[in-house]
Ligand binder design. Structure first.
Ligand code: CA2
Length: 150
């Protein structure tokens, strides 16, 4: 029998606007829809998913700290903090919770300032550019990693 896993999904700043603004870049799916998709995928993978969205860096840092002992992995779209936040990077390093970074858009096809991620060097891997599917692929990759790490 597979060990049930608990995964924390972190959505960063402005992702609460998903589906309401800039559909050309971010699509028409709402954040609630994304969470429903992840819940359904989690059921298939025998992983329970929990969600936090915040526009505040410190709340996201606290959520990473509080994940210790409660969640085995983190799936994170840090939004614009991806490109600015040493604090989020240090929280991932400090807690050592396996994390997968996801982005709706392909950050490398966009403005130069989006090409650098402070998060990327401290996560298992990054999935970028597949729209909402980036989250689903990210969850699959995270669960695969957690179940197959030595
Ligand atoms: O492509 C992604 O997922 C991003 O993480 C999204 C961030 C952006 O700053 C990153 O460079 C790439 C922006 C999230 C804001 O999402 C919105 C959604 C709808 C309307 C306005 C913003």
């Amino acid at each position: 029998m597979l060990q049930p896993l608990s995964i924390l999904v972190l959505h960063g700043p402005n992702l609460n606007l998903l589906g309401q603004r800039e559909p050309g870049i971010y699509g028409t799916t709402s954040l609630a829809d994304v969470n429903r998709l992840l819940e359904a995928e989690g059921l298939k993978l025998q992983a329970k998913v929990f969600f936090i969205q915040s526009n505040h860096e410190g709340i996201l840092v606290d959520a990473i700290h509080e994940a210790v002992g409660h969640h085995q992995g983190i799936l994170m779209n840090a939004g614009a903090y991806t490109h600015t936040s040493v604090a989020l990077r240090d929280a991932i390093t400090g807690t050592n919770i396996p994390t997968v970074e996801v982005h709706l858009s392909n950050i490398y096809r966009r403005e130069d300032f989006r090409h650098h991620s402070y998060i990327a060097p401290v996560v298992i891997g990054q999935i970028s550019g597949f729209g909402v599917q980036s989250y689903v692929l990210g969850l699959q990759a995270l669960v695969y990693h957690l179940r197959n790490q030595s």
